[in-house]
Design a protein around this ligand. Structure first.
Ligand SMILES: [Zn+2]
Length: 113
């Protein structure tokens, strides 16, 4: 059995603002709680440590349990952490709804004119 088939958890960290042009960190760990605690203690990925040094909020926003590292690589290859992130997707939907309301408002105003 190769190391790659070890079962663990893929997890996604979301940063409250951009850190080195990134807003997410996708990782894999056998014990996600230990790993996230290590990240938060500054003993994990450099990117997360930099976020914490800058006072940027770091949240664990999604996990994929019963996952091996193949899934981690597959998700990284998609290069769309934002689309995987519930915080960013929700923010995007809220912005889309707001812009739809704004364009309806403009349409109504145009109709009255
Ligand atoms: Zn996000």
């Amino acid at each position: 059995m190769s190391r790659d088939s070890t079962i663990g958890t893929v997890y996604l960290l979301h940063f409250d603002s951009l850190v080195e042009h990134a807003q997410h960190y996708l990782g894999w760990a056998v014990d996600v709680h230990d790993r996230v605690n290590a990240h938060l203690a500054g003993k994990g990925a450099r990117l997360v440590a930099v976020a914490l040094e800058r006072g940027v909020g770091v949240s664990l926003v999604r996990t994929w349990p019963d996952a091996d590292r193949h899934l981690e690589r597959a998700l990284k290859r998609r290069n769309n952490a934002r689309g995987l992130c519930p915080v960013c997707v929700e923010g995007h939907n809220a912005r889309a709804a707001a812009s739809m309301r704004a364009s309806r408002r403009r349409a109504r105003q145009a109709g009255r004119a």
